[in-house]
Every structure is written in C-alpha cells, then in structure tokens.
Write a protein that binds this ligand. Structure first.
Ligand SMILES: C[S@@+](CC[C@H](N)C(=O)[O-])C[C@H]1O[C@@H](n2cnc3c(N)ncnc32)[C@H](O)[C@@H]1O
Length: 211
C-alpha cells in the first residue's frame, strides 16, 4: 500500500454507485483473484478519458476485459484494441466482451502484437507484465501521436520499488530494476512530459510532446 488505507477507504466511501454490470464483474474478478484496475483508478480515468476524448484506445493487458468495458463506459463507444496473451483469461475475456463490436481483442503476446499494429492511438493504457514496460516503450512511442496520452499502472509495486535491493527477493529485483528504468526514461525522455502519481499502486501519466 502506498496510500494510507484510511484515505483509500474514504475515497471508496464517497464514490457514487457505478454501473451494476461492471460492479458484478469486479466482484467476480475479486472472488476469482483476477487482477482488475483498483477502484480509486476509476474516477481518475473517467475524468482523464472525458478530457482527452480519445477516438482510438490501445490497452496492453486485457485481463478478463474489466478495464476495457470500464473505458468503454466512460465514452461513446471509442475504438478499443486490447491485447492479452494468457489463454485462460482470453477465453473469459472473449465471452465478457462479446457483442461489444467497438472492442477488438488481440490474442497474442504484446511484444509481437505491438509490432503489427498501426497507430495512431490517442490513449494507451499499459497494464501488462511490469517487467516488460520498458521493452514495449519503443512501439508505444511509434503508436502514440503528438499530444497522445500514456497511462501506465502499478509502477510503484506497492511501494516495494523503493525498498533496498538487499531486502528484495531475488526474483523481484529484475522487475523492480526494469520498472525503475522505465520510470526514469519516461521522466527524462525529451519527447514525453510525465507525472508519477501516487494513485492506486502508482501510475505514470505522460503526454507525448508537441501539437
Ligand atoms: C493487471 S492484468 C490486466 C487487468 C485489466 N487491465 C483490468 O484492469 O481489467 C495484466 C494482464 O496482462 C496480461 N499480460 C501480461 N504480459 C502480457 C504480454 N506480454 N502480452 C499480452 N498480455 C500480457 C496478463 O496475462 C494479465 O491478464
């Protein structure tokens, strides 16, 4: 937790009731231990999406399709391309997204899928394997037009990112190193303006510079 749990509880408590279908899907995901965006991300993303009004959205990391449906609910049926490579989730996502003709599910590893995609996407939501954010950045750069928005989730890894390397289990060290490299690149790259925001599990919010 990077935020005082009491603050998070307060944020949850003031949220008006949302879409009942999405709420049921969130409860299902929580019961099945399937990752979905944290509740406190939703009002933030809603305001952001309604400000940017993207016509084309790219999501990297579909899960079972919760966030794709959530983004769809924020706008008037934008085109959403969402990528997932984990077979059991793909099967669920396919059923859950059925009938949403504006949402295209790409069933492939994002490392390959991104290379085949044609931009521009006005809004990219990066929510896949955390160790791969840095490796995906060159394709994200290509697919994002000037003025386009990149939102990357879970960048602070429950605060563990700033824990001493020696206190971090070996298997997580590489993930943390790559994430720190990604954050550094986003903060120092001349073609992005970036804010590291302590919302949820930490997000990177970037705009590609230029008009
Ligand atoms: C945090 S979950 C996504 C949750 C979803 N965005 C939501 O909020 O409903 C991350 C997903 O990314 C998928 N993923 C991870 N690495 C991937 C890759 N290289 N290509 C495609 N999907 C990937 C995982 O299988 C997992 O389902």
């Amino acid at each position: 937790m990077i935020i005082d749990p009491n603050i998070t509880t307060y944020i949850y408590s003031i949220e008006p009731d949302g879409d009942p279908g999405l709420e049921a899907l969130r409860i299902y995901a929580e019961e099945k231990n399937v990752p979905v965006i944290r509740r406190e991300m939703e009002p933030f993303m809603r305001v952001l999406l309604q400000t940017v009004r993207p016509g084309r959205i790219l999501e990297i990391g579909t899960g079972i399709g919760y966030s794709a449906l959530f983004m769809d609910s924020c706008l008037e049926h934008p085109e959403i391309v969402t990528i997932e490579n984990y077979e059991p989730r793909l099967q669920e996502a396919e059923k859950i997204l059925e009938g949403h003709t504006n949402i295209k599910l790409v069933k492939e590893d994002a490392a390959n899928a991104l290379k085949e995609l044609e931009g521009p996407f006005d809004f990219i939501f990066l929510d896949a394997a955390k160790a791969q954010y840095m490796a995906m950045l060159s394709d994200i750069r290509r697919l994002l037009p000037k003025g386009g928005i990149l939102l990357a989730d879970n960048v602070l890894q429950d605060g563990e990112l700033i824990r001493s390397r020696y206190l971090t289990p070996r298997r997580q060290r590489t993930i943390h190193e790559r994430m720190r490299e990604f954050i550094w690149e986003m903060k120092h790259s001349p073609d992005f303006e970036t804010s590291l925001v302590t919302l949820g599990d930490g997000i990177i919010l970037s705009i590609k510079k230029g008009i």
